[in-house]
Design a protein around this ligand. Structure first.
Ligand code: UT7
Length: 310
């Protein structure tokens, strides 16, 4: 993963808008988030995360068979972030390379798109990235949004295997509850009907996890860890209660990074893979939800290379 340089604590927002550390922590679980420094942006973070992922997987650049990037805050509408990464890393030309706009579900959608592309092109390794520079899209006078989001990037190299666990469920319910206008002459900022998105999330996540259990023929009890998009600790707690599951299984790191949209799941995955929380053969569920309104869940198994990567 790539962490943005500047660490911004809740106290700093108390100086800008009518808010308090107490409100932010109790309503969201966020204590601090990271914002890009002057020499950073979505591309520099994505580049760092992609390089680390390829190095960890011990691959040569020319072994990458597709690149998929989830982002809503790249520097360019075109070329895509994925194409810029391809160019800068010197990745082969004869492979599919594209961005996905599925907001906070972008990484999980990206995994599924990469899997489909690898299958249809007989490829083996896919580079999937989630990166965001959301601080540039924030209206710093709007307390409803400015305290929530952060910058960051995460990436993973995926490999097609003949046997193994892999199931996913994807969906969307068209809506403007989270919107960023553009491109245009005006500065684009994130607008969000937080309550509506909260209601959507606490319905979509359990539904998604239920369908994944059915499709994967596995119960939540048998799953070792669940990584939900890190928007709000209360959303995750709500879902844990609804599913009568074990809260320890549901990873949380929004206290340190805030909501980093498409980057939140790969950043959390990176922390988990590098920790002692999971081992080779463990099963994980990843669940994204957000702008679109999109939702996406996938079931993955930690591969044999895990010990080497750690
Ligand atoms: O990543 C995409 C997915 N996004 C999400 O999942 C976000 C989902 N939504 C949420 O996480 C929550 O709805 C929020 C954290 C955005 C808001 O929490 P809430 O408990 O739903 O608060 P609210 O919007 O109902 O607002 C309650 C009160 C309001 O004041 P009044 O009208 O009751 O006087 C807000 O103006 O809290 C006020 N408020 C704040 N107060 C202090 C809103 N933001 C703040 C703030 N500091 N930063």
């Amino acid at each position: 993963m790539a962490k943005a340089k500047r660490c911004i604590t809740n106290d700093e927002f108390e100086k800008i808008v009518d808010t308090s550390n107490e409100w932010i922590v109790s309503r969201t679980g966020i204590k601090e988030r990271r914002f890009c420094g002057d020499d950073e942006n979505a591309f520099t973070l994505a580049m760092e995360a992609a390089q680390k992922a390829i190095e960890s997987a011990r691959l040569e650049i020319n072994q990458i068979d597709c690149i998929v990037c989830g982002t809503i805050s790249g520097e360019y509408i075109t070329p895509s972030m994925a194409c810029i990464i391809q160019r800068e890393l010197g990745i082969r030309e004869d492979i599919p390379v594209l961005d996905i706009n599925a907001a906070c579900s972008g990484f999980v959608y990206g995994l599924e798109v990469a899997r489909g592309l690898l299958n249809s092109t007989n490829g083996t390794y896919g580079l999937v990235i989630g990166c965001e520079h959301l601080s540039k899209l924030l209206e710093m006078t709007d307390r409803n949004t400015c305290v929530l989001f952060g910058d960051g990037a995460g990436a993973a190299v995926i490999q097609t295997v003949d046997e193994g666990v892999y199931e996913s469920v994807l969906g969307a319910r068209g809506g403007y509850e989270i919107a960023v206008e553009g491109p245009g002459p005006k500065k684009s900022t994130i607008k969000m009907d937080g309550k509506a998105v909260f209601r959507f999330a606490v319905e979509a996540i359990p539904k998604c996890l239920m369908r994944l259990q059915e499709k994967g023929n596995i119960s939540l009890d048998e799953v070792d860890m669940v990584i939900c998009h890190q928007a709000n600790a209360r959303i995750i707690d709500h879902c844990v209660r609804k599913l009568k599951s074990n809260p320890e299984k549901f990873y949380k790191n929004m206290d340190r990074f805030g909501n980093t949209s498409a980057a939140s799941i790969p950043m959390a995955l990176d922390e988990i893979v590098k920790s002692s929380k999971v081992k080779c053969g463990d099963t994980l569920m990843l669940v994204g939800f957000g702008g679109g309104l999109t939702w996406a869940g996938t079931l993955i198994r930690i591969g044999e290379k895990h010990e080497e990567i750690k």
